[in-house]
Design a protein around this ligand. Structure first.
Ligand code: IMP
Length: 189
């Protein structure tokens, strides 16, 4: 158990073993990522593709931190059931609403764990002929080094723990916790 620095409506300090990042730290890093994206896409129209549902928070904050114009679209895939380990099985739940042929696509992800989900998603998107295809992820776990793609914009590397908050859930809960914390294993064991 630990004391979460800022717990609001969702008082979850007792469910965490550690707070990895405060909301302030997350927002500071999002701002830095936005400046990199502003610079790299200064002369290109970028389409941000969010992966539901985990990426809603980073998409909302990152898009509003950008100074360049952007468009947004969403995909929904599912790789986790109610457990805490990647199943490796990706289910496609919702496709994009727009054609990405010749578009500059930046996929916005909450977390890369094994990278299986993104790897599958990127090859699917690449087959549609985008002008460019890059990844922005807020968090990345160590196993992701084995993934067959690179993450161009990264928030933070984190330890190999099951984390919640800032869009990340356990069994549908904790997404609206504004920091990022390690979920106490007593919750899922
Ligand atoms: P991957 O395919 O192993 O990279 O897992 C990707 C997806 O699993 C992420 O987009 C998250 O939705 C979910 N996920 C992975 N690690 C965590 C975690 O620590 N907490 C909550 N969800 C996670």
């Amino acid at each position: 158990m630990c004391q979460a620095e800022r717990v609001d409506a969702n008082d979850i300090a007792g469910d965490l073993t550690e707070v990895l990042f405060t909301p302030e730290q997350i927002h500071a890093r999002v701002e830095e990522m936005a400046r990199e994206i502003d610079r790299d896409y200064a002369d290109r129209d970028v389409l941000l593709v969010g992966v539901l549902t985990g990426a809603v928070m980073v998409m909302a904050d990152l898009s509003r931190a950008l100074r360049i114009h952007c468009q947004m679209d969403w995909m929904a895939v599912s790789s986790y059931g109610s457990g805490t380990k990647s199943s490796g099985v990706v289910r496609f739940l919702k496709d994009l609403s727009v054609d990405i042929h010749d578009r500059h696509v930046l996929v916005v992800e909450d977390i890369i764990d094994t990278g299986l989900t993104l790897s599958w998603l990127l090859s699917n998107l690449a087959s549609r002929g985008p002008a460019s295809l890059e990844v922005a992820a807020m968090f990345r776990k160590p196993e992701a080094v084995r993934a067959d793609f690179s993450c161009r914009y990264l928030g933070y590397d984190i330890p190999n723990e099951f984390v919640v908050g800032y869009g990340l859930d356990y069994d549908g809960r904790y997404r609206n916790y504004t920091g990022l914390g390690v979920l106490d294993p007593k919750i899922y064991r």
